[in-house]
Structure formats: structure tokens, C-alpha cells
Design a protein around this ligand. Structure first.
Ligand code: SF4
Length: 725
């Protein structure tokens, strides 16, 4: 896991500044319809779409309620389509309902106008009727200059002005044509004529060009093909009726053909190990495959052969993509450890893919980690001052350096115990040397790790579902604060800490883990089903059918249905194959990747009052889209019930929800959140119900209530200064 807590806090503080109108985040551009803020990462910007609208050189101005949010969503959906069509866009991810994180470019002051149908200024200039369709698409260039009023120019003017080179212009034309060739049929498919639109381009530090613009109804003309109705900014310019309704129309039609963005909540790793079983690497491959849901960005296996030589294969992508028979056959021996990872912003790249492999004069060792350390910054500084060189930006490597620093003077187990006592946070570590495997969990019990038996050997896994796949038998969980050693003497146990809690991450039960896994003795499906039953008891809804959001909410929906007596229906279907698009060749593409695609089943939901069950709400974007989709499929009412409490706080333990302003419920009441989502009613499960469903008295619920089980070190004081907590 890679998110460094100091950075995370800093990011939150910055984010909060940025998102407050009166905050201190530097404003780069302050327009009527868009505001651009600097980001802590100089290669990025935060773009906020506002409700402001203007026409006739600012003579006419207004605010259209909800326009900013609509433009944010529309531009994000279009960026998704363009990226899939091979066009690089600035969009990185949505940050809040009305803002998105984007790549910063050095903008070229040329606006390229694409005209598929003659309208607006061109019709006036040529003295012809709007609506004439030229034989070929027309591309106009405008020189972006406030002093000159953005005059029309040609290619030679642009080069003579020193704005671009001819080669760059050729590339801009080619990209613009491509954009048009993607968007034109896309809009046609939803009954909308893409009449014209404007785009700008920017240079990246390496000199390459990238689209630097957002396409929205503010800067494009969209006409309804059937009625000819204007659905864009002309609606405002020419007083043609409700502007918000027109934008909403585009938004909802696009919604039906746009894949969903990521849910916004990611577990960041799974670990697996085999000791004392032939072809350990092959078994690890199958184990990692069963843990693939915990991370799809990269994976690796280190094996130890009979001579104790450690060998590693790792790569970016799915387990099935990184490994083939050839690669696996090179990983010999009866010991292996493996890792699947999900990487967050700034932490991608092959160097961060685990297991890490360390060469040391006291013996080589490999290490794999799930979770996050909260004191990585001071430890990293301490180690670097002592001469440690880090291979990666992942804080998992810190433990390895701590172990290495003391291994010369004492047996490795003591070095491990001391190292574990220096780190703070959430972790499940597996360490493999030439002849033994060590495994440990943090003393708070935040991350899961289980032990299984296979023949004469042992296996370790983040989740028990991987045991079934390889035919292993569950033995027990590694206890919080325990280190187990597995070698030719069998299993030995010792504690590295006297302190102990059983604060398992509640989101493991609610969302991350596979339903066929057991976490600390409680089956995940059973937990979710029970949470659904309790959700009905706490928040009954007057409805006709129960529909769950596939896949992680289906168990809770079953429970709600059973308890309420309402029929459970497959009102939403997930396209299982869309997930492949998540694996893309670059980090920026992965950040924009698509996790799932849902369709509402019209014949099931039409005319029905639907209780929609989801496991959690992070940004609310997905929920809003699903509610809209159900309404468009004919649902007469949509009552949203969430099988967990509102997520209000960031997680510092390895779950990617650390940007405060991403969270829909961080500063909204349930009523406000309901309005933002557009549901008829909204209710959440209580914290008490999570304990009941888990049949346990301790859990980490920090993202719901802010009671972090660990210290958060100096960063929390910094955060407190900002009044965040
Ligand atoms: S803060 Fe939330 S997501 Fe993070 S470990 Fe705790 S329960 Fe899990």
C-alpha cells in the first residue's frame, strides 16, 4: 500500500482549502462558468464547474441551479468515451459533485471550432439559415485574445504569430477529427445532433499535445434530432426555456450509454503465501487469482527454490496477464509468497508492485504487505538519514529497511519484532527468507490474514476464499499483534505487542471481501444478509420490490427482501465483461478506468416502487446514476437504503477514500444527500447494526465516526488546525 499518511493529510487540507470558495488554494482562472485551482501536485489542476452562465460578452448573466454538477458529469462521461477511443483528455477523476482533478497543460491560445451543422456566428457571418449541413465538417481557428476579441485566423496566421508549429497544427487537426468521429455517432445514438463544438489543446512537459478542454453544453451546440429543440447554451442566449432541464436531458441520455466510473472505494492489496508444498508458485498463482478483487493493478510472486534462492516475477496488470506457464515454471520450489495490489494516485508503476525482494548480507528476503502505515514519513526520514535507499514510494518497504538495519546483530525474528514495534498503522505482512515464512498482523487487527493447511504444508491468505480454490483447509486467523513463523519445525507463534484490539475494518465485511470468505469466523455473505435484515428493521420503505446493486450489495438486498416480505428482483444487471477495460496501458488511463456497467431491467422496474439497496455511498455519483437509470426505466419511486453508516471521514489504513471532499456525506445531512442523489428517500444502517451483523463487539468504524484506532501522529494536529475533525 502506498498512500503516505502525511501526504494524505496534506492533500486533505489542501483539498479543503481548494474547495472552499474563500479558501487559500491558488486560483489559476476565475471564470463565470468554470474556476481552476492549483493542486499540490504541480502537474494537476482542480477544475470546478459553477452554476454561472453568461452571454453577449457578459452583458447577460445568470445562475442556473445544478448546471455546474451537470457539466462536471457530462464532461467526465465524454472524457471517458474519448479516452476509450484513444484521445488523451485532461480528466483524471471526479473530486466532488461539481469538480474534477485534471492534468495541467500549457494551453495553446487557439480555439478550434468544429462545425458539423452551420449555426450561430457562422450562419450570421455568411448570412444563411441555421441548420445547413456542409458536405464536409468545417474546422475554424480562433486566436484566443481578449484584446482582439478572439478573431478567426488561418493556419499560417497561427504559425506566424508563433502560437504553434505546422507539425503541431497537423496534430491538432488530427486529434480534433478523431474527437468529432467519436462524439458525432455517440450523440446520434442518443438522438442528439452534435451541431458544433470548441476545443483547445495544451502542451505537456515532454512537448506532446493533449486535449485541454472540457466539452459541455456551455461550449457545444446540441440539437434534439427529433424535435430540433436546442439543448445547449443557446437556450440561455435566446431565452428558449429552462436551461437546467436541457442540460439534464443531455446528461440523462448520455448516462444510458456511458459506463460507470469507479465506485471510489478501493482495498489496496491482497497477500498469499505457501510453505512446504511442491509447485508453491503455481498454488500462489491460483491463490492470487482468488484475491484479484482486492487489487487489479499489479501482482507478483517470489519463490524460494530448494537451494534457498529467491526468484521473483512481477508486473502491472491482472494475475492472468502477468503470469503464463513459462514465467511460472521459472519459479521453482516449495515456498512462495504473492501479492495483488491496487494503486492510488501517485503510487503506480512497476517499482511499487510487490512482493519486494531484498538482497542482504545476512540473507535475502521477500516481503508483501496489505494495509498502510500511519507513521511512514518520520520512519522514512529516519532510515534515509541512516543511509537506507528506497526502491519505491510504497511505505511497505519501510518495514524491510527497519528489519535490515538490525539484522546484522541479532536473529531475524528479533529484528522483525523490533521493526514491528516501530511501525504504526494497519498491516498484514508476509516475509519469506530462504527457509522460512513469517506472517504478522497489526495489533489493532485492522487487516485480515488467515492460516490454512494444505497437505504437509501451510498457506496464508488475506481471505479464506483463496483456500477453497486450492483445496486448503482453514486452520485459524493470525491474531492481532501476533507473528507466526512457519519453517521445518512447523508453526510457532509469538506476540510483538502486549496491546491488542479486534478492530477489523468494517468495510471488509461491507464491501471489499468476497462473499464466500469468512472474516474472523463470520461469513461475509451472512454478515451482509443480516445487515440487510437489520436495515429493514431500522429503515422500512413502502415499496413493491427490492433491488440490489450488483455485486457487493446483493446479499444485503436478499436480507432486506426476506425481512420485509417484498420480492427480491434483478432490477439491475451488471455487464461482467466491461471490467476488462479497467486494465489500461498507463496510470492515467487506469485512473480513468471503468469498473462496471449496469443496466436497469425495464420490464421488472416499470411502474414499481423500488427499494434500492447499496452497500455504501462514497462520492454519491454512482448512486445518483443508478437512481436516474431506474427512474428512466420507469420506476415510480426509488427509495435508497444503504447497508452501512454514512462515510464521513477519510481512511488512513489502506483504503482509498482519503480525500475528504470526495465524500458525499462528509458535510451533508441525510436529507441533503438524498436530494443530491435524487432518491425519494434515503436511509443508512446504524453502527450498532454492524456490530450485530458481525456478531462482534469491536470493529474499525473510523470512516463513519472518526474514531481512528491508531494514533495519526503530527498530521492530525495539522488537520485539526483546519478544523477538519
Ligand atoms: S477507516 Fe473505514 S475503511 Fe478504513 S480501516 Fe477503518 S473501517 Fe476500514
Amino acid at each position: 500500500m502506498l498512500r503516505l499518511p502525511d501526504r494524505a493529510f496534506y492533500y486533505i487540507i489542501m483539498e479543503q482549502h481548494h474547495l472552499n470558495e474563500e479558501g487559500s488554494r491558488p486560483v489559476i482562472y476565475d471564470g463565470v462558468a468554470i474556476k481552476i485551482y492549483a493542486d499540490m501536485d504541480p502537474s494537476r489542476i482542480l477544475v470546478r464547474f459553477t452554476d454561472g452562465i453568461t452571454a453577449y460578452n457578459m452583458i447577460k448573466k445568470a445562475r442556473i441551479a445544478g448546471k455546474g454538477q451537470m457539466n462536471n458529469e457530462i464532461s467526465a462521461m465524454l472524457a471517458g468515451h474519448l479516452e476509450r477511443g484513444g484521445v488523451r483528455t485532461p480528466f483524471i477523476r471526479m473530486v466532488s459533485a461539481d469538480s474534477q482533478l485534471c492534468t495541467k497543460t500549457d494551453i495553446i491560445p487557439i480555439e478550434m471550432i468544429v462545425r458539423n451543422v452551420i449555426a450561430g456566428s457562422m450562419a450570421r457571418r455568411l448570412g444563411i439559415e441555421e441548420g445547413i449541413r456542409p458536405e464536409n465538417t468545417i474546422y475554424d481557428l480562433c486566436y484566443k485574445s481578449n484584446d482582439l476579441g478572439d478573431p478567426l485566423i488561418n493556419d499560417h496566421h497561427a504559425v506566424a504569430l508563433g502560437l504553434v508549429t505546422y507539425a503541431e497544427l497537423r496534430e491538432m487537426y488530427s486529434m480534433t477529427e478523431k474527437i468529432n468521429s467519436i462524439l458525432l455517432p455517440l450523440f446520434k445514438g442518443i438522438g442528439i445532433d452534435l451541431v458544433d463544438f470548441k476545443v483547445e489543446f495544451g502542451r505537456l512537459p515532454d512537448g506532446s499535445l493533449m486535449l485541454a478542454d472540457h466539452i459541455t453544453p456551455d461550449n457545444a451546440r446540441f440539437w434534439d434530432i427529433r424535435t430540433g429543440e436546442r439543448l445547449d447554451k443557446d437556450r440561455f442566449r435566446r431565452d428558449m426555456g429552462k436551461v437546467g432541464d436541457a442540460y439534464r436531458e443531455i446528461y440523462s441520455r448520455l448516462l444510458a450509454v456511458s459506463p460507470f466510473f469507479e465506485k471510489g472505494l478501493h482495498e489496496e492489496c491482497g497477500v498469499f503465501a505457501v510453505y512446504g508444498v511442491p509447485d508453491a508458485a503455481n498454488l500462489t498463482y491460483y491463490g492470487l487469482h482468488a484475491l484479484q478483487h482486492r487489487g487489479q493493478e499489479g501482482c507478483g510472486i517470489v519463490s524460494a527454490n530448494d537451494a534457498g534462492v529467491l526468484k521473483r516475477v512481477k508486473g502491472e496488470g491482472l494475475v492472468t496477464e502477468v503470469f503464463n506457464e513459462d514465467k511460472l515454471s521459472g519459479l521453482r520450489g516449495n515456498m512462495a509468497i504473492g501479492h495483488v495490489r491496487y494503486s492510488t494516485t501517485g503510487g503506480g508503476g512497476i517499482e511499487n508492485v510487490q512482493p519486494f525482494l531484498f538482497r542482504h548480507n545476512t540473507g535475502d528476503f521477500a516481503l508483501a504487505h496489505n494495509g498502510n502505515l500511519v507513521n511512514s514519513a518520520p520512519l522514512r526520514k529516519y532510515l534515509e538519514n541512516r543511509g537506507s535507499l528506497f526502491q519505491s514510494t510504497s511505505d511497505s518497504e519501510i518495514l524491510a529497511h527497519l528489519i535490515k538495519k538490525d539484522s546484522v546483530n541479532k536473529p531475524r525474528i528479533f529484528a522483525i519484532v523490533d521493526a514491528l514495534n516501530m511501525i504504526e498503522g494497519a498491516f498484514a505482512f508476509i516475509i519469506m527468507t530462504s527457509n522460512r515464512i513469517y506472517a504478522c498482523r497489526d495489533k489493532y487487527g485492522l487487516r485480515p490474514l488467515s492460516i490454512g493447511r494444505l497437505g504437509d504444508g501451510y498457506v496464508l491468505s488475506s481471505e479464506t476464499c483463496a483456500f477453497d480454490v486450492i483445496g486448503a483447509e482453514f486452520v485459524r486467523d493470525v491474531e492481532p499483534g501476533e507473528i507466526i513463523t512457519i519453517d521445518s519445525h512447523g508453526i510457532r507463534s509469538r506476540r510483538y505487542s502486549e496491546y491488542r484490539r479486534n478492530a477489523m475494518c468494517a468495510m471488509e465485511y461491507v464491501y471489499f471481501a468476497r462473499p464466500d470468505s469468512d472474516i474472523e469466523g463470520r461469513n461475509v455473505h451472512s454478515f451482509r444478509k443480516e445487515s440487510g435484515r437489520l436495515l429493514f428493521e431500522e429503515a422500512p420503505a413502502d415499496a413493491d420490490i427490492v433491488v440490489g446493486v450488483p455485486d457487493s450489495s446483493l446479499s444485503a438486498a436478499m436480507g432486506y427482501s426476506e425481512a420485509s416480505g417484498l420480492p427480491y428482483e434483478m432490477g439491475l444487471i451488471k455487464n461482467k465483461y466491461i471490467g476488462r477495460t479497467f486494465i489500461q496501458p498507463s496510470q492515467s488511463m487506469r485512473e480513468k478506468g471503468v469498473r462496471m456497467k449496469l443496466s436497469a431491467v425495464k420490464t421488472i422496474v416499470k411502474g414499481k416502487r423500488v427499494v434500492l439497496i447499496d452497500d455504501s455511498i462514497v462520492r454519491g455519483t454512482t448512486s445518483r446514476r443508478i437512481v436516474t437509470m431506474l427512474r428512466e426505466a420507469g420506476a415510480s419511486e426509488v427509495h435508497l437504503r444503504i447497508a452501512s453508516p454514512p462515510i464521513k471521514m477519510p481512511c488512513f489504513y489502506g483504503v482509498d477514500i482519503s480525500t475528504y471532499d470526495e465524500l458525499l456525506c462528509a458535510r451533508r445531512s441525510v436529507e441533503e444527500a438524498c436530494r443530491a442523489i435524487g432518491a425519494d428517500s434515503l436511509a443508512f444502517l446504524s453502527e450498532g447494526a454492524l456490530y450485530k451483523a458481525g456478531r462482534r463487539s469491536d470493529l474499525c468504524l473510523a470512516c463513519f465516526n472518526g474514531n481512528y484506532p491508531t494514533d495519526l501522529y503530527q498530521a492530525v494536529e495539522e488537520a485539526n488546525k483546519d478544523g477538519k475533525f
